[in-house]
Design a binder for this molecule. Structure first.
Ligand SMILES: [Zn+2]
Length: 348
């Protein structure tokens, strides 16, 4: 299997009025490095794309990339460049990108310009930015490509923000990491979601498990669905005992606590994400946690219940006051000059 390390440059509308919602970013360069199974470079792809939609360079984009679509009138349009790129990719490969956005934008451009999407479903890829964090940091931090290059002490031979040079840098970081200990941490593309329950995605990593749901109309529908909220131990398949039911820990996140007789406490986290079609879907991760972390979550749930109780009390008080005010107002309308009505309200 080969690694296709790619990067894109894209242009966007200079003013809001002429922006197309279905194509906010139009690809103007595809740059890629092909690495073989041993991470040796075996090919390069570097093509500019003649734009069809945004034919004037967005000033900000121009400043960052130093590219200008004016110079691309001799280039091929996206469908032709994409055809060549797919040929370059070959049959057996995995995409590697710095961050998650390039694979999304590539597919959005393919959809917009009616290029068939030949990628497998689910489409797994390496987010090298994430791998870098897993390898050298806590797995959560996200470093810019330039910062990572500097941190590794590489000489900066190429300009940044040119698709081909960013692909070269990313490939170099992969070679440096040798994917040691991180090769199991593939990412899942969310551009094309599971369309039904049978297509839903279950992945098990060395330190956690991930599930990606089909889309739902609303956040509430997601949390009512048993496939999303119920599960077995991802390590042994045993039914789990629930200690803390799913409760919100943010606007789009929920957490819960379970235990397996063999593997101890498991913490679940559900993130609600917006799909391409503005439906919502769930990404659920589960990992083993210590007793201490389990207790923390139990306390957090208690705090949540207390807060909710107080909020309910406040809203009951507000409703009562509103009712009272409405009553007073209607009495006031009946007898406009009666001061006694106001008096009664104050005494209550
Ligand atoms: Zn288990």
């Amino acid at each position: 299997m080969n690694y296709i390390v790619f990067d894109l440059e894209w242009n966007q509308s200079s003013d809001r009025a002429s922006a197309r919602p279905s194509l906010p970013f139009e690809i103007i360069e595809i740059g890629a490095v092909k690495l073989d199974a041993a991470l040796r470079e075996v090919g390069r792809f570097d093509r500019f794309v003649r734009p069809r939609i945004y034919r004037r360079m967005n000033p900000m984009t121009k400043k960052v990339t130093h590219l200008d679509v004016k110079n691309m009138t001799g280039e091929a349009f996206f469908p032709d460049v994409m055809k060549d790129f797919l040929e370059f990719c070959g049959e057996d490969f995995i995409f590697c990108t710095w961050g998650e956005s390039d694979l999304w934008e590539l597919q959005r451009n393919m959809r917009y310009f009616h290029v068939d999407n030949p990628f497998p479903k689910p489409l797994l890829f390496y987010d090298v930015q994430k791998l870098y964090s897993l390898r050298y940091d806590d797995g959560r931090s996200r470093l810019g490509l330039k910062a990572a290059i500097e941190e590794r002490g590489f000489e900066e031979q190429e300009a940044f923000h040119l698709a081909i040079s960013d692909a070269i840098y990313t490939a170099r970081l992969m070679q440096e990491m040798n994917l040691e200990g991180v090769e199991k941490y593939v990412s899942v593309d969310y551009f094309r979601l599971p369309e039904n329950e049978s297509e839903e995605i279950y992945l098990v990593f060395p330190t956690y498990a991930k599930y990606v749901s089909r889309p739902f109309p609303e956040k509430e529908d997601v949390m009512k669905d048993h496939t999303v909220t119920q599960m077995r131990c991802y390590l042994c398949g045993r039914p789990l005992r629930r200690h803390v039911r799913w409760f919100p820990t943010g606007e789009r996140t929920y957490q819960a606590l379970f235990s397996c007789p063999q593997h101890g406490y498991l913490k679940g986290k559900i993130r609600i994400k917006k799909s391409r079609t503005s439906a919502v879907f769930a990404v659920r991760t589960v990992k083993c946690v210590s007793e201490e972390k389990a207790e923390e979550l139990k306390e957090r749930r208690v705090g949540f219940i207390e807060k909710r109780r107080e909020a309910a009390k406040r809203s009951r008080v507000r409703a009562k006051e509103k009712k009272r005010a409405a009553r007073a107002a209607s009495r006031g309308r009946e007898k406009p000059a009666e001061p006694a009505a106001v008096q009664t309200q104050a005494e209550e």
